[in-house]
Design a protein around this ligand. Structure first.
Ligand code: NAP
Length: 253
């Protein structure tokens, strides 16, 4: 049920962090993974490492905020593997910190373009090919900021909440074509993206104390969820947001 044998998987933002852990996990489960981010050398390194361990990966750089890059990512994948089974829309940005009252229009446009519109472009471009296969799955990396309010990352949270609405809608539209669509909401995970949050000792302590599991997450805490959602083990799940946050959002503390 958990095998991804011969599935072709595109993972955006997979040169490091959650995306890289997901690529390694899925390759080990038998998938042919496409490593993608803005920097070719970083993607090449991850793909080379996976291949040298006896699994299958290739590197196709793509800036997800650029539509022509997304088209190329899909077309190049089809050229190399002749099909697409799983999309992991994982790359994101957050150039705006602070209250919504101070939100800069350009920063907000960038957040929406990179975090939200990119997934619409990628799904529209790839679903045409996915319709032809059985057991296809789209996974969008949201965040617990989609379901909470903050003083610092509200604009990012808006984009992450919109991703969940997108997931529900795509699940309805693509379900009849056999494509499942789900989102994952990670809590605080130790990656470069969230460095400012866990490097601050006070903040780290606050998160650990509030979280029932008394720790922050590692990329592998999320890659297992992505693997599950990509596999037949989740064959009756679609349109859902799976929260993986050590229980932080259910805690009253
Ligand atoms: P990360 O370690 O910083 O990795 C981000 C990845 O995305 C890198 O491979 C980066 O490579 C790539 N990337 C950045 N901008 C891109 C763009 N415009 N186009 C294509 N690739 C781009 O981040 P992460 O923590 O793993 O985050 C992954 C996802 O998890 C994001 O959607 C984030 O919102 C979500 N998330 C993270 C946390 C957390 O605490 N870390 C919590 C909740 C949700 P390049 O620089 O080479 O492009």
């Amino acid at each position: 049920m958990f095998s991804l044998k011969d599935k072709v998987v595109i993972i955006t933002g997979s040169s490091r962090g959650i995306g890289k852990a997901t690529a390694i996990q899925m390759a080990e489960a038998g998938a042919k993974v496409v490593i993608s981010s803005r920097k070719k050398e970083e993607c090449d390194k991850v793909a080379k490492n996976i291949n040298s361990n006896g699994f299958v990966a290739s590197s196709i750089p793509c800036h997800v905020g650029k539509k022509d890059n997304i088209k190329n990512l899909v077309q190049e994948t089809i050229k190399r593997y002749d099909k697409i089974d799983v999309l992991v829309c994982n790359a994101a940005t957050n150039p705006a910190f602070g209250p919504i009252a101070n939100l800069d229009d350009n920063a907000f446009d960038k957040i929406i373009q990179v975090n939200l519109k990119s997934s619409i472009w990628l799904v529209n471009e790839a679903s045409h090919y996915m319709k032809k296969n059985k057991g296809c799955s789209v996974i969008i990396m949201s965040s617990i900021s989609a379901i909470t309010g903050t003083n610092d990352i509200g604009a990012y949270g808006i984009s992450k909440a919109a991703e969940v609405a997108l997931v529900r809608n795509l699940a309805v539209e693509l379900g009849p074509k056999g494509i499942r669509v789900n989102a994952i909401a990670p809590g605080l995970i130790k990656t470069d993206f969230s460095r400012a949050l866990w490097e601050n000792k006070e903040n780290l302590k606050k998160h650990k104390e509030k979280t029932p599991l008394k720790r922050i997450g590692q990329p592998e805490d999320i890659s297992g969820v992505a693997h599950f959602l990509a596999s037949d083990a989740s064959s009756f799940i679609t349109g859902q947001l799976i929260i993986a946050d050590g229980g932080e959002t259910i805690s009253w503390n």
